[in-house]
Design a protein around this ligand. Structure first.
Ligand code: FE
Ligand code: FE
Length: 317
């Protein structure tokens, strides 16, 4: 029996044709699942109180999302973005007023009214809600990286939460076919932001494929496995670490549902989640809850490729 041998390039082309390249978030479930996951992970986390606060924020995000109607690109703008391989709704300069500030107000009001948190939490939410519009816009620009300035680390999670609502309100209104992969694999093809982590999905049509998850708009885009999502290195430079020990094969993961994918070419890492090991995984929540793994990686000399926007260090500017 004769077999046709495919060249590597042909194999890639054939494989890519059948892989769903883009996954967009579901408005009705994203923040609900994130809140539930944060609460599920809190009891075993060293930052349990913070995870509970983030869960309350996620509840408020879900409520704010219902009333958030962002500016959407026209069909012609979407087609132009696909043609030029540019994000159609770039977070850095897409119009966000007034919907994102309405979302911020909803989130601050809800968080301020939450019982069970220290009084500083309500004071913070009230301070943000009362801040001048120009100050909030300036801080949003700093958080999105379009303006130099110091990050207000305490207020940042609330502002980012509102920017996430705005991003998801837009991404969840698009169809996957309206968004095309970019030439830069480490950047969200919908909004141009950086991913918070990657996920190997388990649902039928996505099974075994790895997706990067946008920290802002929750769009997911395909990236082949065993490849650095930061610099593109592959092969021997890539290794995997979990809190239970060091593993080295991506196709034979240990029991851990979450590991760090490290790169010895750029000395950076991003976490990778395996949905088949735990169907409840949620990239933003699981990343926050696994700070211990970040500490382990820092000790080993690796830097995070990009941060979790719900967690800002006070000295970050
Ligand atoms: Fe995005
Ligand atoms: Fe790398």
């Amino acid at each position: 029996m004769s077999q046709r041998i495919l060249e590597p390039g042909q194999i890639e082309t054939l494989a890519q044709r059948s892989i769903p390249r883009i996954r967009l978030p579901a408005r009705e479930s994203l923040f609900v699942q994130r809140a539930a996951r944060l609460r599920a992970l809190a009891p075993t986390s060293r930052i349990a109180d913070y995870l509970h606060l983030c869960a309350a924020i996620a509840d408020a995000q879900h409520a704010a999302l219902a009333g958030c109607a962002p500016t959407m690109p026209s069909a012609a703008e979407l087609a132009a973005a696909r043609e030029h391989r540019m994000p159609p709704i770039p977070a850095t300069d897409w119009p966000r007023k007034p919907p994102w500030r309405n979302a911020l107000e909803t989130i601050c009001t809800a968080v301020a009214a939450q019982p069970g948190f220290p009084p500083e939490v309500a004071r913070l939410a009230e301070r943000v809600a009362a801040a001048a519009a120009a100050q909030l816009e300036a801080q949003a620009d700093v958080l999105l990286g379009t303006r130099e300035g110091a990050v207000d680390a305490a207020a940042a999670p609330l502002l980012v939460a509102a920017l996430q609502v705005h991003g998801v309100a837009a991404s969840s209104r698009l169809a996957a076919g309206e968004v095309a992969p970019l030439d830069v694999p480490g950047v969200c093809p919908l909004c141009g932001s950086l991913p918070v982590a990657s996920v190997v999905r388990a649902q039928a049509q996505y099974q075994g494929y790895r997706y990067l998850h946008c920290a802002l708009c929750a769009c997911e885009w395909h990236l082949v496995r065993v490849q650095c999502s930061q610099c593109g290195a592959s092969g021997k430079d890539i290794a995997y670490r979990s809190l239970s020990g060091e593993d080295d094969a991506d196709d034979a993961p240990a029991d851990a549902a979450l590991r760090a994918e490290t790169c010895d070419a750029c000395h950076r890492y991003r976490k990778i989640l395996y949905q088949e090991k735990d169907t409840a995984i949620e990239p933003v929540a699981d990343d926050l809850a696994s700070l211990a793994l970040d500490l382990l990686l820092a000790d080993a000399g690796y830097a995070r490729a990009s941060g979790n926007p719900l967690l800002w260090a006070a000295d970050e500017a």
